[in-house]
Design a protein around this ligand. Structure first.
Ligand code: ZN
Length: 138
């Protein structure tokens, strides 16, 4: 069995951003040479998410509104976690959107359903953060 591991780094210019990372993940899969197996992709920070959904700007706007309704960024004093930090909302948003995705690898490709794309969801950005891609198979 082959095993492949790679970290990808991101530095967003805004606090919250959704980035389609499917091209970078595809590049990892190509690099790994694995044809049949499983690909895991997870955020390595507790204020960022990896999730699969549609690459559609209206939906991304809807995510922002929905997440702000569930866990608004402000007022910062609303959260106990915000004693030394101001990112309680980012921890909550990350929990809702998830830590990782697992995708089947078939014939050297990500075995997606229609419109599925992988996203890095940043909820406390403006700093360098990373995610992990792990692929196992043969
Ligand atoms: Zn925190």
């Amino acid at each position: 069995m082959k095993s492949f591991r790679k970290e990808l780094w991101f530095n967003t210019t805004s606090r919250r951003e959704l980035i389609n990372i499917t091209p970078q993940v595809n590049e990892c899969l190509r690099e790994s040479g694995i044809q049949e197996g499983l690909l895991l992709c997870n955020a390595m920070h507790i204020t960022a998410s990896i999730f699969i959904n549609d690459d559609e700007s209206g939906l991304h706007h809807d995510f922002e509104i929905w997440l702000e309704k569930l866990a608004p960024e402000k007022p910062y004093s609303h959260y106990q976690h915000n004693g030394y930090e101001d990112n309680a909302d980012a921890h909550l948003k990350r929990t809702i959107m998830g830590r990782e995705v697992v995708v089947a690898v078939t014939e050297g490709k990500l075995d997606f359903g229609p419109w599925e794309q992988i996203f890095y969801g940043e909820f406390d950005g403006k700093r360098r953060k990373r995610l992990l891609v792990k692929i196992i198979g043969e």
